[in-house]
Design a protein. Structure first.
Length: 571
């Protein structure tokens, strides 16, 4: 029958299909699984970037996000413009010219200048070395000895320098990596940390305050941030760390972000808030990836102390570490109250503060290469330690970045703290803050200055910054960078700032003796610069004028890189 014939023909086919079905089904299942995995990965990708977008909108708002996007697009377009062959050639020529001028200024040349680029065939006599050292020390330089340099040299006097040299001579070969070989250095280092903890009111007890000495403020800041990152990693599994800091915070925080892979949020310090960090902006940016909040006491640019109490409330509420950078305030800010000056809240007495960086080589007057990083607890300090238990050279452990460290600098620091004592630091606080106040009062109250200059914010410690008075009439208007350059021509080395264009004075003990001369020269310079925008720009006007005008900072980076290269040129 036709029907049965068709059925007979189909039976083998049906049997074959039944045998093939499980294999086909497994293939389908694999395809379905792969397809599902693709959808899951796509969903995770979308969720991740949706979350990032929402955090961006929450942190910066719609307007802030749009502004940030516009700046980024504008910056990228400008960068593309700079890459055009004819533009790039002109920029390259200008950069090379500027770097050559730097080399001419910084690298000695000409008759009588000898560069030593290889070892002498025969070692010099001690007298030859001393003679060359004397010649190098007498090279033409800005006279910091006469109080003509802002910051840079924190000199505690000739007697203290002699004492430090004696300490260096006695402990020149010492290295705290070997505490059994150099027990005296270990003892001095521990005491430096203990004295600093006491000065900044760290908690006492077995698990109370702790600290480590470092090579300077940058290393102290790096260590505090590393500890915060490691704490967040181990305790909260944070893989994409972020930290929030004032835009005026020391650039070492940005360096740490680049070194340690931490996203940095910079918060405005508006004039309406006396140039202190805007707390509501910080609150909006806090999220599960935040590892650290930052405040300055005071900041470097303007000498302003951030609202550490308000930052502390945020740190406590969200269970986050709060680092206070006291590198510049160092051994002045703890003595403000005893000296009778207005005193902000800034140290471990503020409950949310978990770490503080303090430069003993600034107003502690220790030799350069000294700082401490302090922690509220020993547990937090342990997060900055490096330990390698399985190295073939033995178990290796170090408390900070360096392995070997100069014990001589530790000895010089200890000698400085013991020689100065509380009474010595109180006396220097009175002199330094008094001189800063004198400069501030002159700018605010002197009729020849206040029409043209404006003090930035309310400085409390050793730094006073001022900018051009934007509301001044044409006859009293000045370019602040012209003022900085004119002061340089009179032998003063003051710090030029940007955003806003300004200059500052970080008062040191040498400046205390020269403060009247500085004010007198500032009056003369402002009078000279009024209504006269200089056609030929000096170093500050040229550099900061260009830096402020360029949306893409690549040229500034090139110039800065050229400057750093120049530091290592011998001829």
């Amino acid at each position: 029958m036709p029907g049965s014939s068709r059925l007979a023909i189909s039976l083998p086919q049906l049997s074959s299909l039944r045998r093939a079905r499980p294999a086909l089904s497994r293939k389908q299942q694999l395809l379905y699984a792969i397809d599902a995995l693709k959808h899951i990965l796509l969903l995770l990708f979308v969720l991740r970037y949706t979350r990032k977008a929402l955090l961006q909108l929450r942190g910066y708002g719609v307007v802030g996000t749009i502004k940030g996007g516009y700046k980024s697009i504008y910056r990228n377009i400008y960068a593309l413009f700079l890459r055009l062959p004819f533009v790039n050639a002109r920029v390259r020529a200008d950069v090379d010219k500027a770097i050559l001028e730097l080399e001419t200024k910084l690298v000695p040349s000409g008759p009588g200048v000898t560069s030593y680029t290889t070892l002498p065939p025969t070692g010099w006599s001690a007298d030859q070395v001393r003679s060359e050292l004397s010649r190098l020390g007498s090279m033409k330089h800005t006279r910091w000895e006469d109080g003509r340099v802002s910051g840079a040299v924190y000199h505690g006097g000739d007697e203290l320098s002699t004492l430090q040299a004696e300490a260096f001579k006695q402990f020149g070969v010492s290295n705290p990596i070997h505490p059994d070989v150099f027990p005296g250095v270990r003892k001095m280092e521990a005491e430096i940390v203990a004295m600093s903890l006491s000065l900044f009111h760290a908690p006492a007890g077995d698990e109370g305050g702790a600290g480590v000495t470092t090579s300077g403020g940058t290393e102290s800041i790096l260590m505090a941030i590393l500890a915060a990152r490691q704490k967040a990693y181990h305790e909260r599994s944070v893989r994409e760390p972020e930290m929030i800091l004032p835009e005026t915070a020391h650039t070492a925080f940005r360096k740490a972000g680049e070194y340690f892979g931490i996203k940095v949020h910079l918060i405005d310090c508006p004039a309406s808030n006396n140039y202190r960090v805007h707390i509501p902006s910080i609150r909006r940016l806090i999220n599960s990836n935040t590892i650290l909040l930052v405040g300055s006491a005071p900041n470097f640019p303007h000498g302003i102390v951030d609202d550490i109490t308000a930052l502390s409330r945020l740190a406590v509420k969200y269970a986050l570490p709060l680092h206070v950078d006291c590198c510049l305030g160092s051994f002045v800010i703890p003595f403000l109250a005893k000296a009778g000056f207005p005193t902000p809240d800034f140290d471990f007495r503020v409950p949310g503060v978990t770490s503080i960086s303090v430069d003993t080589h600034k107003y502690g007057f220790a030799p350069k290469g000294n700082s401490v990083v302090l922690y509220r607890s020993k547990a937090l300090r342990r997060y900055q330690y490096y330990v390698c238990p399985d190295w073939s050279g033995g178990v290796y452990a170090s408390p900070s970045m360096a392995g070997s460290r100069p014990g001589a600098l530790i000895a010089g620091c200890w000698a400085s703290l013991m020689k100065m004592g509380e009474d010595g630091y109180l006396d220097t606080c009175l002199k330094i803050v008094g001189a800063r106040q004198k400069i501030e009062d002159a700018v605010r109250g002197n009729d020849s200055l206040r029409r043209s200059l404006v003090v930035i914010g309310k400085p409390l410690v050793s730094v006073v910054a001022f900018k051009a008075n934007e509301k001044a009439s044409q006859e009293y208007r000045v370019d602040i960078y012209d003022v900085a350059d004119a002061m340089s021509q009179r032998g003063w080395h003051l710090n030029a700032l940007q955003d806003p264009p300004a200059m500052h004075v970080a008062v040191t003990l040498p400046i205390v003796a020269a403060v009247d001369d500085m004010i007198r020269d500032l009056e003369a310079v402002v009078e000279q610069c009024r209504g006269n925008a200089s056609e030929t720009k000096g170093d500050a006007a040229a550099l900061y004028g260009v830096a402020g005008a360029l949306p893409d900072k690549r040229i500034v980076r090139e110039l800065a890189g050229g400057f750093l290269d120049t530091l290592y040129k011998t001829s």
